[in-house]
Design a protein. Structure first.
Length: 97
């Protein structure tokens, strides 16, 4: 039921790539949709005439052990975050919908 032929799929590796992609879309009158690691991978973001920003290559994880905080980029999967946290004796919590 979905036309899955976007105009462009930009695989972004950093924030600069995202900024350049949004500028490109604006200059060419394209709608923008965001795709990430797992959710709706084949879903509604892949539709005709959209510029899809694929964030799945952005997989950086930074664990601050002393503050007990982790920062994860949008392409990180739960298993990857869990492994990074467990390395420091921490746990990553999440929800199920």
């Amino acid at each position: 039921m979905i036309d899955r032929r976007p105009a462009v799929i930009a695989q972004c590796h950093n924030v600069g790539d995202v900024v350049a992609t949004v500028r490109f879309a604006r200059e060419h009158g394209l709608l923008v949709a965001v795709g990430v690691a797992g959710h709706k991978r084949r879903g509604a973001q892949y539709v005709r005439r959209r510029n899809v920003i694929d964030l799945s290559p952005m997989r950086g994880i930074d664990v601050d052990y002393t503050r007990r905080v982790a920062k994860a980029e949008p392409g990180v999967l739960w298993g990857e975050l869990d492994r990074a946290a467990q390395y420091f004796g921490l746990a990553a919590s999440g929800g199920v919908v």
